[in-house]
Write a protein that binds this ligand. Structure first.
Ligand SMILES: Nc1ncnc2c1ncn2[C@@H]1O[C@H](COP(=O)(O)OP(=O)(O)OP(=O)(O)O)[C@@H](O)[C@H]1O
Ligand SMILES: [Mg+2]
Length: 399
């Protein structure tokens, strides 16, 4: 159902679809050999990815979700870390690392380059930061008993997607301390869910929100504040306050995205965010690393971003949503339209993977990968309220 008041105009949507399919068409127009080569190369790098992944799977980090504790931690100084003196602390600050949390989520290789130190030193600083957080009870001890783990899991927060039917798929909403990947073809509703959650996340916890700010990282230029205005007004939420809660960053290239993710901890603190959206995670890397021989580099960069996001979600107790495209568009012959792009790296680092598709006027969401959700699918719709439950009357007529 298209609402007359809609400010997300048809031309915007068509333009967005067009540029999307142009990108994909450009991809395929490059030539058939390139596509075949990409899939062969992708297979080769997947093996390598697994090794990279092992290196990245650092000690499992879990937070206590009590905000007070997190706040206390931001008071911990880098110099409180064993083995870090004023000179190293200065170097770290120059590299954009201001807190123990920033250091704990840093990637070894990046840090080594940034502070001009060996990988061994960088790794030892990161481990020392994690040790300090562990001693302060923010990170789990090396081993905890399962009942303690359960208690911690119960303290995580859930944010409504705007549709209780869709929330059911997540057993009550999208979780903090996790990265949720939404993938599907163009128009399947990925950005609409993200827009709707910009409004729901700002709501009080009792109303299914996170009572927090929201960080929206827009790599495709499809963020529309007018749509947020429409969604909030339709949900009887004050649009002025709702929009003030959302910090948007338009990202133009992959290096910019990497920089934003690197400094994300600071932005989360600045905007008191409990929801971070990256819409989409792969488009820039896909566009920039399209030539022969660049695939392994692309995968490694994506892997580093995804692992950083996962660590941040756990340490800062935030919900992170990333959107991803599917391998093929209706106008191309290559790739499986039901498979996400990005090979193993995105999938391995996402906690939950959800596949979205259109079904007439409605949408279907399917839980594809989760450590504990049952394999299931639900239907929802998109209207002036953003993502919404199906109108039962319409549902029976349509299906
Ligand atoms: N105000 C509105 N009222 C009703 N439906 C709308 C409204 N705005 C957008 N939509 C629906 O949402 C669709 C766009 O969905 P969305 O932008 O989430 O796609 P996407 O999955 O992000 O696709 P892409 O891969 O191109 O980014 C439109 O095709 C339209 O069906
Ligand atoms: Mg989109």
């Amino acid at each position: 159902m298209r609402n007359k008041k809609s400010t997300y105009s048809t031309s915007d949507i068509e333009q967005s679809k067009k540029s999307n399919s142009e990108n994909i068409a450009d991809d395929s127009a490059d030539d058939i050999v390139d596509k075949e080569e990409e899939s062969l190369e992708l297979e080769k790098v997947e093996e390598k990815e697994n090794t990279v992944m092992d290196n990245n799977t650092e000690t499992s980090l879990t937070t206590l979700s009590e905000q007070s504790q997190i706040n206390d931690l931001t008071n911990l100084e880098i110099q409180d870390i064993e083995g870090i003196g004023p000179t190293t602390a200065k170097k770290l600050r120059e590299a954009g690392i201001f807190s123990v949390m920033d250091l704990a989520v840093a990637a070894v290789e990046d840090l080594a380059v940034d502070i001009n130190a060996s990988k061994e030193s960088a790794a030892s600083f990161i481990m020392a930061a994690q040790k300090l957080l562990r001693e302060s009870d923010v990170l789990e001890k090396e081993f905890i008993t399962a009942d303690t783990a359960l208690k911690k899991r119960r303290s995580l927060l859930r944010c409504s997607t705007g549709s209780s039917m869709l929330d059911d798929l997540f057993l009550g909403g999208i979780e903090t301390q996790a990265v949720t990947e939404l993938y599907g073809e163009f128009g399947s509703g990925k950005s609409q869910i993200c827009h709707t959650m910009c409004i729901t996340a700002g709501q009080p916890v009792e109303s299914g929100g996170l009572n927090s700010g929201i960080i929206y990282i827009d790599t495709e230029g499809t963020f529309r504040p007018e749509r947020l205005e429409q969604i909030s007004s339709s949900r009887n939420v004050d649009p002025v306050r709702a929009l003030q809660n959302v910090a948007v960053c338009k990202v133009y290239n992959s290096a910019h995205l990497e920089l934003i993710v690197k400094n994300l901890g600071k932005y989360i603190d600045d905007y008191k965010a409990k929801l971070v959206v990256v819409d989409s995670i792969i488009s820039l890397h896909r566009a920039e690393f399209s030539g022969r021989g660049t695939l392994a580099d692309r995968q490694q960069r994506l892997n580093s971003i995804m692992h950083k996001l996962l660590r941040i979600s756990e340490i800062y107790n935030v919900a992170i949503i990333v959107t991803n495209q599917v391998q093929s568009a209706p106008d191309t012959f290559f790739g499986d339209p039901t498979k996400p792009t990005g090979g193993n790296v995105i999938g391995h680092a996402s906690t939950y993977r959800v596949y979205l598709r259109k079904s007439g006027e409605n949408r279907i969401a399917k839980m594809i990968d989760s450590p504990y959700h049952p394999y299931s699918e639900v239907r929802f719709t998109i209207n002036e309220k953003g993502t919404d439950n199906l109108d039962e009357g319409k549902k029976s007529k349509k299906e």
